[in-house]
Each structure stands twice: as structure tokens, then as C-alpha cells.
Design a binder for this molecule. Sequence first.
Ligand code: GDP
Length: 445
Amino acid sequence: MATALSDKLSRLVKEMRGQARITEANVQDMLREVRMALLEADVALPVVRDFVARVKDKALGQEVVGSLNPGQALVGIVNRELVATMGEGVSDINLAAQPPAVILMAGLQGAGKTTTTAKLAKHLVDKRKKKVLTVSGDVYRPAAIEQLKTVTKQAGAEWFPSTPDQKPLDIARAAIDYARKQYFDVLLVDTAGRLAIDEALMREIRELHAALNPVETLFVVDAMQGQDAVNTAKAFKEALPLTGIVLTKMDGDSRGGAALSVRQITGAPIKFAGVSEKIDGLEVFDAERHAGRILGMGDIVALVEQVTAGVDLQEAQKLAAKVKSGEGFDLNDFLSQIRQMKQMGGLSTLMEKMPSQLQAKAGQVDMDKAERDIRRKEGIICSMTAAERRKPEIIKATRKRRIAAGAGVQVQEVNRLLNEFEQMQGMMKKMKGGGLMKMMKRMGG
Ligand code: GDP
């Protein structure tokens, strides 16, 4: 759907080339597309309305800088607003409390609370070297208690027993007492969920919260819930002072809108994303990446910004034209390309920001090695004469030795560079008309 948004916007944009400003007149159609795209991404309607209003506010009267056109500028604004709404930067679990730091897990049944409890336990054990205890207050489902026992073991944490005949509050108190005596750093409390919000459930979790005084109260919500996530989030926010959100099942075919809705409704930061059923399937939530997912175009906006900031566009266009025609791509171009890559923050950063289709194509390349090689290659090319760079085939053995000495490398490395350059030329020809070039052209637009 997202490609849809960028495609639609660029179509609209074609009609308004040369307009230097985002105005009431030219922004209407574009905002309609933004609105549709968000609804398609399953963002809740009231959240979409607020969001589009904010974007419009920011966009109106905005100067369109450099070679961007109003559509591209608007995509940039939408992207920044998505990131700002979903929370910039990343926030890990807060453990700033007298040990044991208590983490209360809240959410509907099936949201992934138990799974997430174990994933968090593993995260805290492995990454933060904590001694972690888990306990289940789900006295209504003996199977849930057993499940927590099993997954806690997998996490390398300890499980505190509980039984269905106990009261959740008593269980929690006993667990915290045990955790204190045994010097646990963290106590993770899994709670009962129901299939839908009900008052008894909310009262129970409020009591638990009051008794435990948790440093984190995490709301676990299924990203696949889409629009429905909003009502659940509202109910939990009213019942509890939430300190964070965990969005689960992000590996599913959810369209990602729940993140925006839940964040806006609760005001709590999204701390983690569940990305598989497995115990290590938990990632620190990355708002920028997720905004890209909602827009469905990789981090193309950031790429546009980065490229326009760091690179001589004319140079890039000239290069793109040469590569496109497959003609005259020489070592000077190779060098200029290497330098542009460096300016843009290296190959891997560049690749990360590309849309997924392109990333897949580039997936076979070892980025770290490529970057090291690039620095050495730059040295070698710089030791050549202008004529040699234009026509590498004139470089004879004696010159190769001189070049190698100048660059402080072995002759073999010069040979390798020349071979690789040839291969690169071939690859460039194959890529001609492909994604990268189209993108560069559009940026130069
Ligand atoms: P609870 O009732 O809230 O404790 O939910 P569970 O932890 O039992 O999870 C419900 C189901 O969702 C289980 O089948 C889990 O394996 C699955 N699940 C939980 N988190 C994720 C996730 O991030 N990705 C996927 N694919 N499945 C998940």
C-alpha cells in the first residue's frame, strides 16, 4: 500500500513541477492520499484526522528546498511527523528502582503477554546481565501458569510458582518477598487477560499495580488488532499509568497502523516490538524504521535528504546518465562514486535506507568489507594519472608497481582493483534503468 502512497504522490507531483511552495491549493489532493494511506495501514480514524491536521499545519507555506518538489517535501513532512508521533529515539526498560524492579505486564488475552514476559526476561538476562524472576497472576488459566514456567526456563530466568487457588495479589506479594530475599534485580509479573475489557479484570490489575508499585507498567498489544487496538488501549490507559507499550506480532501481515494509534491514545512510548513466536523475537522499537514501513518506501525520504545534503547532485546525475547509457564509465567516475558513498555515510547506511526490493538485491554483499576495500581503492586510484583513470587499460606492469608503491599496497591489490572495476562496469550496465538509477534521477528531478 505504501508504494501506493509514494506512487500516488509522485503522480500528483508531476502536475505541479515548478511550484516552489506547499499551498492550500496544491496540498489538498496530496493530503487526501496521505489520509487514505494511513487508513489502509489500519490507523484508527480519529488518529488519522489528528495526524493529517498536524501535517497540514506544518506543510502549509513551507518552502520547498533545493531540488525537491512539493510532493517530495510533503512525504518528508509526513515521515517526520510519523516518527515524532511514534516517538523518536529508542527507550529501553527502566530499572531505576530499589531492587527488585517490578515490571507489570498488562493486556488482553492472546495479546502475547506471556510470550513477551519471557522475551523480556531473556533480554534483561542476556543484554543487561540481570537476575530475573517471573511470576504469573493468571489464576484463571492454569495452562498460562505452566506456559510461563516453560518459557521462563528457556529465557534463563527463574520462575516463581503460583496456583489457581491463590489470589493474584497474594501471589504477587509472595513473589516480591522472595525476590527481595534472593536478591533478584527484576520481577516480571504476568497478569490475567480476558478476551475483552471487563471491569473485574481492570479492578484486579489496578489493585496489583497499587500493591506492587511497578517501575514499568507495560501494555502488550497485538499489532494485528489494527483499529481495535484503540479501544483496548483507551481502557488500559484509563485503568493504569502505563509507562510503555510492547507491540507484538509485528512479523504478521499487520499494516503497522496500530503503532501510531496506540502511541497517540496512550501517550506511552513504544518500547519493544515482538517479531516472532520465539524467545529471542523481541526488538527495541525503532520509530524511524516503522514510519518507513507505514510509508512503505524504505527510508527513501531520509535518503533524499541525506543525498541532497551531502552530495553534489549534478555530479550524481552525470554519473547516473553515464551508467544508464553504459558508456564511458571510467575510474574517475568510480572514484567519484566512492567519494559520494563516503559522504553519504558509507555503503551500509545507504543500503539500510533503500527500499526493501533494492536491499534484497544488495543483500549478498558484505558491507563492512566493502567499506574497507573502498578506502583502499580510493588510495590506489588517487595514485594514477588522469589519463590512466580515463583509460585503465593503458596501465602496464611498471606503472602498476609505481601505483602500488604510491598507494602503499601490493601490486596484486592494484590488479584486483582493476578487475573489480571491470566487474563493476559490467554490473552497472546490468543495473541500468534499475531502481538505483531511477531513484537518483528522481532525486535530481
Ligand atoms: P497472552 O494470552 O497475552 O499471554 O498471549 P501469549 O503469550 O500466550 O501469546 C498468544 C499467541 O501469540 C501465542 O501463540 C504466541 O506464540 C503468539 N505470539 C506472541 N507474540 C508474538 C509475536 O511477536 N509474533 C508472533 N508471530 N506470534 C506471537
